[in-house]
Design a protein around this ligand. Structure first.
Ligand code: SF4
Length: 352
C-alpha cells in the first residue's frame, strides 16, 4: 500500500526531496499544495515538474478517507462517517461554537478502554490510526468548510479511541496540524483528552507543548470510577490526581476535567461536594456532560435541574464548571453512535 501524504512532516518532505536529488524547497511546495490549497491529487500541483508529480502519485495516497455518510444537524453540527482504506469506519465531527468552529477527531478504530457509557468501545479496539489518517480528518473537515468560506479554529482529540494509547501518532498529528506550512492551527487551540493513562500524562507534561489537556474523571471517588471506567483499576484515581498535579506544576496550564453526568449514578449533590473536595486547590475547569441514553447500559439522562444544581455546588466551592452544549442532538452525534449504527447495518446485511 502507498504511504499517506499527510503522514509526512515538512521536514520529512524536504528529506524526501533530498533523497531523490531534488531541491528541498520542492518539499515546501508540496506542503503548500496539500494544506493551503488542499489539493486532492498530485496532478493539481502545477508548479511541480510532471515527472515529480508522477513519482509522488506512485508513492503516496493523498486522501485516505472516503465519506460513507455526512449528516448535518439543525444546529450546523456535521458528522462524517469515513471509510479507511482497509474499510474500517471512523467518525469525525464539526461543531460550531460562539468562539469558532472546532473539529473532533478519532485516533483509533474502536477503543479498548471500556468506559461503560460509551458506544465506541462496544466492539473493542480494531487498530490504531496512523498520524496521516488523523490529519486527513481535519483536512476533510476543512474542505467541507471551504465551501462556506469558514475555517477550523480548534481541534479536540476526543473522538473514538484513547489518544494516549496511540501516543506517537497523536503527537505527530499535533505537530502536523500546528506546522505553519501545514494547517497552522495554534497549539493552544488543540485539546487532547485522555481517560487517564498515567505514564503518558507524565510524558505529555514533559513535551514542552502548549496543547491543552482534558482528563475524563466521571466519578469523584475511586470505587465509583472503577465501576464506570475499568481503566481506574489499572490507573487508580489517587495516582491520576498525582499525575495531574505534576502536569499542572510542570506546564502551568489549566486542566479540563470531563465529567459525564449519568442519572442516579454519579450526579447527586453529595457527588458534587466530593468532586469539589477532590479538585480543591487545582487550577482546573470541570466540563459537565449530560450523557445520552445508552440502551446497552440502561443509563438515563440527569434531569436538567440537577445538572444546574451540580454546577452550582462545584462553583460554591470555587471550582469553575461549564455545561457542555449539546451538538447535533437530531443526528447520532455522540461519540461512536454513528459507527455503531453502521456496524449494526453491516451485520444485518451479512446475516440476512
Ligand atoms: S470514552 Fe473514550 S476512552 Fe472511554 S471507551 Fe469511549 S472512546 Fe474509549
Amino acid at each position: 500500500m502507498n504511504a499517506f501524504a499527510y503522514d509526512l512532516t515538512h521536514e520529512d518532505w524536504k528529506a524526501w526531496m533530498h533523497k531523490h536529488d531534488l531541491p528541498e524547497w520542492r518539499g515546501t511546495q508540496v506542503m503548500e499544495w496539500l494544506y493551503q490549497k488542499r489539493a486532492t491529487s498530485f496532478d493539481e500541483m502545477t508548479n511541480l515538474p510532471k515527472v515529480l508529480r508522477s513519482r509522488l502519485a506512485e508513492s503516496f495516497v493523498i486522501q485516505p478517507l472516503n465519506a460513507i455518510t455526512t449528516q448535518v444537524s439543525r444546529d450546523g453540527t456535521v458528522k462524517f462517517l469515513f471509510a479507511l482504506p482497509d474499510q474500517h469506519a471512523i467518525e469525525t465531527v464539526i461543531m460550531r461554537h460562539d468562539y469558532g468552529i472546532s473539529v473532533c477527531v478519532t485516533t483509533q478504530v474502536g477503543c479498548r478502554i471500556g468506559c461503560t457509557f460509551c458506544a465506541s468501545t462496544l466492539g473493542g479496539l480494531k487498530r490504531n490510526l496512523q498520524a496521516g489518517e488523523i490529519v486527513a480528518q481535519v483536512v476533510a473537515a476543512q474542505q467541507y468548510l471551504d465551501q462556506e468560506g469558514e475555517r477550523v479554529r480548534s481541534v479536540v482529540v476526543m473522538g473514538s479511541g484513547e489518544p494516549f494509547e496511540n501516543y506517537e501518532a497523536t503527537l505527530q498529528f499535533v505537530r502536523l496540524i500546528n506546522d505553519a506550512k501545514g494547517l497552522n492551527i495554534g497549539q493552544r487551540h488543540i485539546t487532547v483528552s485522555t481517560s487517564g493513562v498515567i505514564p503518558e500524562i507524565y510524558r505529555f507534561a514533559d513535551e514542552g507543548l502548549q496543547v491543552r489537556l482534558a482528563v475524563s474523571l466521571h466519578a469523584p471517588n475511586t470505587e465509583l470510577r472503577s465501576k464506570l471506567m475499568p481503566i481506574n483499576r489499572r490507573f487508580p484515581l489517587p495516582d491520576l490526581m498525582e499525575a495531574c498535579r505534576y502536569y499542572l506544576q510542570k506546564t502551568g496550564r489549566r486542566i479540563t476535567f470531563e465529567y459525564a453526568l449519568i442519572g442516579g449514578v454519579n450526579d447527586r449533590d453529595e457527588h458534587a461536594h466530593e468532586l469539589a473536595e477532590l479538585l480543591q486547590g487545582l487550577d482546573c475547569l470541570v466540563n459537565l456532560i449530560p450523557v445520552n441514553y445508552v440502551p446497552e447500559r440502561n443509563y438515563v439522562r440527569t434531569p436538567r435541574k440537577q445538572v444546574f444544581a451540580f454546577q452550582r455546588i462545584l462553583e460554591s466551592h470555587g471550582i469553575s464548571a461549564t455545561i457542555r452544549r449539546e451538538h447535533g442532538s437530531d443526528i447520532a452525534a455522540a461519540c461512536g453512535q454513528l459507527r455503531a449504527k453502521h456496524l449494526e447495518k453491516l451485520e444485518n446485511t451479512t446475516t440476512s
